[in-house]
Ligand binder design. Structure first.
Ligand SMILES: C[S@@+](CC[C@H](N)C(=O)[O-])C[C@H]1O[C@@H](n2cnc3c(N)ncnc32)[C@H](O)[C@@H]1O
Ligand SMILES: [Zn+2]
Length: 155
């Protein structure tokens, strides 16, 4: 069961994009801290299909703790994200003003760096590229566009 982080106003509910997503009850100002990603450190060989896990290093992932699911495990991807890793740490900050009731999205391409990794994207953003690819498989132009919101190990 997912516990809403009531002090921050973040909560999980059904998303129009995929499964559960994370939403904000309150307005969030551009540049504000939103959520710190947490979990269990796992080697890439321990990460299996379907596990919610954030790649934070060449061989290291921050994986969900099944005994203690957290909201950051449920944030969906968008090709037009409203939160990102602005300081390079696994902490998400607002990339623009976010209104109450909006779903939060980060760009999964700013974390995943496994050659050939790819999943279809249904984010629906006008700039949607139809697929979510690994950072290392993106063209240079896209990597430089994302440079301010990728994790430290990709900078
Ligand atoms: C960390 S989970 C996000 C939470 C997910 N909605 C859930 O309920 O478990 C990541 C998975 O959600 C799906 N997902 C997230 N964003 C997506 C998107 N824009 N398009 C398609 N699938 C997406 C993919 O299956 C991805 O592997
Ligand atoms: Zn998309």
């Amino acid at each position: 069961m997912i516990v809403a982080e009531t002090d921050t106003g973040l909560y999980a509910q059904q998303s129009g994009i995929h499964g559960l997503g994370v939403f904000t009850r309150f307005a969030i100002a551009n540049g504000s801290f939103v959520i710190k990603c947490q979990g269990i450190l796992r080697h890439k060989d321990e990460v299996v299909e379907g596990m919610r896990a954030l790649q934070i290093g060449p061989e290291t992932y921050l994986a969900e703790d099944p005994a203690n699911p957290r909201l950051d495990d449920f944030i969906n991807h968008s090709c037009a994200p409203n939160v990102g890793f602005t300081d390079g740490s696994p902490t998400l900050s607002a990339l623009r003003d976010i209104a109450p009731g909006e779903e939060l999205f980060w760009d999964y391409r700013t974390s995943i760096n496994e050659p050939g990794w790819e999943v279809p994207c249904t984010c629906g953003a006008p700039a949607c590229r139809g697929k979510i690819q690994s950072y290392c498989d993106l063209p240079d132009s896209e990597r430089s566009r994302l440079s301010g919101i990728v994790l430290e190990y990709l900078r």
